[in-house]
Design a protein around this ligand. Structure first.
Ligand code: SF4
Ligand code: SF4
Ligand code: SF4
Ligand code: FES
Length: 763
């Protein structure tokens, strides 16, 4: 928006507003209420509900404020008898065909139509004609639908198209019989549920939660998603000790994601209260024997005794301490402290898919926030598939292009869905991303890189030209599966690519909700990686203390590593392939049962809040570590609160200096960690290493020509998503049931064997 300022008078008061501002936004910003149904900030205009009427001087009739751009000297009235009469009439029209069934509607109590009707008061229904009847139905396992409640605001179709790029629902039928429906009668999409979230009425509903609770029964607690590194803010609705639902509806929460959530954030929570949660601490007294339930005291004494004995006999480095990219900063920090201050082992790590250490050690510019992505001029995406793995980032990219005119350059071996939005797609050979990094960093390697990438040199020149032409923000984002050396070179790119009028921001795409935080807590600084520790199991590594479980890729090819350990202690929510070898299993609390923080891929340090009491006998991971440390003779001094742990993090970790929980309280104003910006340095050694790697790449490998289907990552069944019955239907291809009137869960039997075969993802 322009920095030029103009003057507008609203209800007799004069305001200075930016030139180009939209009248409805200005009125709301200045605290003048404007009713609306179809207007939705940052979506294409619909202008169909006519609720946002205002009077503008010198204009002949009432105007829709959502369609008006402010002009200098504009004089506006937002409240008058004339305006109220018109708005009341519009509401009466909307209700003409709407069933008056609020008491049985799942949206009752948080419905915008209901709220507006009550707010106006005294509305009478003068239409006596028979209302259109439309039966309730399911559009998919996740989305339930009561078509007769629809007011045709088309927020749902616009978010599906503009946020998700899916265009999976559309208005069908004519006139009074128009309904929102699917193509082909069944919803084949990413099942994000954003159409449900933005629907102002009870037309689109959460099919997994429907009829289970009323909104006023729920306690709403704002917290951070536990799945991917985007760190969406969400409202967790609990009733008693049970987590009932998750929404992002901004009447409850106003975070970096607005009303956006993906399928995992919105629907992936039933693991929290699942009956398979580990109930008590358990000890396997004899290798190969059974895990026997025990008390916390007994388990802690047992673990402390064993670890003490092993360290005494084999030395400090014989114990590996391994944190998790899924648990809080507080929990990972205490594991780091346990390893370095109490045990004194150099073997500590985190069960992530990649280490972020090379990237952060060489960081040459700021991290891009999701807002920066939305308003970027150019976005360069190297590898990765954010629409499946970091869906909020995917949505921001899409909106930057569609609603903001940004240029997107995709460098990928697959024609991923985001290529539909790209201005340039470098379709490269599988595994050749490193060649793109080399070409960006050193012109001299362009010919070699082009050959290995399988693209023309002019395609690389065009990429370079787009960067040179960029005025505004260039966001470079990349999959963290790239080698460490390639990440270090990428991290220094801001020095090479920035120019007058051009900022270069970096956006890594790590896999997990707290990949960045686990790095920040120091767990990537150990002398051995997770796989190196597993390779040394039974030799130099005799025992492992682990929060969470190993990833399938860690154990792949090392299936016997865990059985070689003298002692394995695991903090977990569920029994897994890792706990099957554990000598002690300690029940850990989920994200909904603990306080703490996660750090997302923007570097935002965001609060995780306890929503329900710990399930069964579980405890927060940080508390377990503190208890174990106390038994081993070191009092961490954090008996009472996660905030005390965080205060120590803020004292010891420079990027978190000055942070406190109260500073992180407001999710609408997230706080970014202050990462040290590394100086520009000579990259020749790294580039020579990368050049060797590029030379070793194939010249002939076939490119992947098929666009991966929607949900191929999102619908994978892992330890957590396994606990959501609807995910199994999606993993089986989202079969259409015989009738759409009854939930497909009651009509389709899930094949248990298939469930096992697909159980490879870590979520
Ligand atoms: S669930 Fe998401 S992708 Fe599917 S129709 Fe709704 S908005 Fe579109
Ligand atoms: S289904 Fe909801 S969001 Fe979509 S047009 Fe109807 S009322 Fe609007
Ligand atoms: S995009 Fe990531 S953080 Fe947001 S809801 Fe989905 S999984 Fe959670
Ligand atoms: S909000 Fe302006 S016409 Fe609907």
């Amino acid at each position: 928006m322009s920095t030029e300022v103009i003057k507008v008078t609203i209800n007799g008061k004069e305001f200075e507003v930016p030139k180009g501002a939209r009248l409805i936004d200005v009125c709301r910003d200045k605290a003048f209420d404007i009713p609306s149904f179809c207007y939705y900030s940052d979506l294409a205009l619909q202008a169909s509900c006519r609720m946002c009427l205002v009077r503008i001087e010198k204009m002949p009739k009432l105007q829709t404020s959502c369609t008006i751009i402010c002009t200098d000297g504009m004089i506006v009235t937002t409240q008058s008898d004339e305006i109220e009469k018109a708005q009341r009439s519009m509401l009466e029209f909307l209700l003409a065909n709407h069933p008056l069934d609020c008491p049985v509607c799942d949206r009752g109590g948080e419905c915008e139509l209901q709220e507006m009707t009550f707010d106006w008061g005294g509305l009478e229904e003068r239409f006596t004609e028979k209302k259109n009847y439309q039966p309730e139905r399911y559009l998919s396992p996740m989305v339930a639908n009561d078509p007769q409640r629809c007011i045709l605001c088309k927020r749902c179709t616009r978010v599906c198209d503009e946020w998700m790029g899916e265009d999976a629902i559309e208005a069908g039928g004519r006139g009074a019989n128009t309904v929102i429906g699917t193509y082909g009668g069944w919803l084949d999409c990413s099942q994000c549920g954003n159409c449900i979230e933005v629907c102002p009425t009870g037309t689109l509903l959460d099919g997994t939660y429907r009829h289970q609770a009323r909104p006023w029964e729920l306690t709403q607690t704002i917290s951070t998603c536990t799945y991917c590194s985007d760190g969406c803010q969400m409202s967790l609705g609990s009733r008693g000790d049970e987590l009932m639902r998750i929404v992002a509806r901004d009447r409850y929460v106003n975070g970096l994601n607005g009303e956006f959530l993906c399928i995992k954030g919105r629907f992936g929570h039933p693991f929290v209260n699942h009956e398979a949660r580990i109930r008590t601490p358990m000890i396997r007294y004899k290798k190969g024997g059974k895990l026997i339930p025990t008390t916390w005291d007994e388990a802690i004494i047992h673990v402390a005794g064993k670890l003490d004995a092993i360290v005494d006999e084999h030395g400090r480095d014989s114990l590996g301490v391994i944190g998790s990219p899924r648990i809080t900063n507080e929990a990972n920090y205490l594991l780091y402290k346990f390893a370095t201050e109490l045990v004194g082992t150099t073997n500590y790590a985190v069960t992530d898919t990649a280490s972020l250490k090379p990237f952060f050690d060489s960081l040459g510019g700021s991290l891009a926030t999701h807002r920066d992505i939305r308003y970027a001029t150019t976005i360069l995406l190297i590898g990765g598939e954010p629409e499946e793995l970091q869906p909020l980032t995917g949505k921001q990219i899409r909106q930057a292009v569609r609603n903001g005119g940004a240029k997107l350059i995709v460098v990928n071996s697959s024609p991923i869905r985001l290529t539909e939005q790209s201005s340039q797609f470098l379709h490269i050979r599988p595994g050749a991303e490193v060649a793109a990094v080399v070409a960006l960093a050193r012109d001299a390697d362009e010919t070699l890189a082009a050959g290995k990438l399988g693209v023309e040199a002019r395609e690389l020149q065009s990429l370079r030209q787009t960067i040179t032409d960029t005025q505004g923000d260039l966001v470079v984002m990349f999959s963290t599966e790239l080698s460490g050396t390639a990440q270090a070179v990428l991290a220094q790119l801001p020095y090479a690519l920035r120019a007058d009028g051009r900022r270069v921001l970096l956006h890594p795409l790590p896999r997990y909700n707290n990949s960045v935080g686990a790095h920040d807590m120091g767990l990537n600084d150990g002398s051995k990686s997770v796989t190196q520790m597993l390779d040394d199991a039974g030799e130099t590594i005799r025992a492992i203390y682990l929060a969470g479980s190993f990833l399938p890729e860690h154990l792949h090819g090392r299936e016997d590593a865990l059985s070689k350990l003298d002692f394995l202690v695991v903090q977990e929510l569920f029994e897994t392939d890792t706990t099957a070898f554990a000598d002690v299993v300690l029940p850990a609390a989920s994200f909904a049962e603990t306080d703490g923080t996660f750090t997302n891929n923007d570097g935002f340090v965001q609060r995780v809040r306890q929503v329900i009491p710990p399930v069964h006998q579980s405890k927060s991971d940080w508390m377990i570590t503190a208890q174990l440390a106390a038994e081993l003779g070191m009092d961490f001094g954090f008996e009472l609160s996660a905030s005390a742990v965080f205060n120590e993090i803020a004292e010891r970790i420079p990027a978190y200096a000055g942070l406190r929980y109260p500073v992180l309280k407001d999710e609408s104003n997230p706080v970014q960690a202050k990462y040290r910006i590394a100086e520009q340095r000579e990259l020749a050694p790294e580039l020579n290493t990368l050049r060797d790697a590029v030379e070793a790449l194939s010249d002939t490998a076939d490119k992947l020509s098929v666009t991966p289907p929607v949900g191929h990552e999102l619908f994978k069944i892992g330890t957590l998503t396994d606990k959501v019955p609807q995910f199994h239907l999606l993993a089986e291809g989202n079969p259409r049931p015989d009738t759409v009137r009854v939930s497909p869960l009651y009509q389709i039997t899930v094949d248990e064997n298939l469930r096992q075969e697909t159980a490879v993802a870590a979520d």
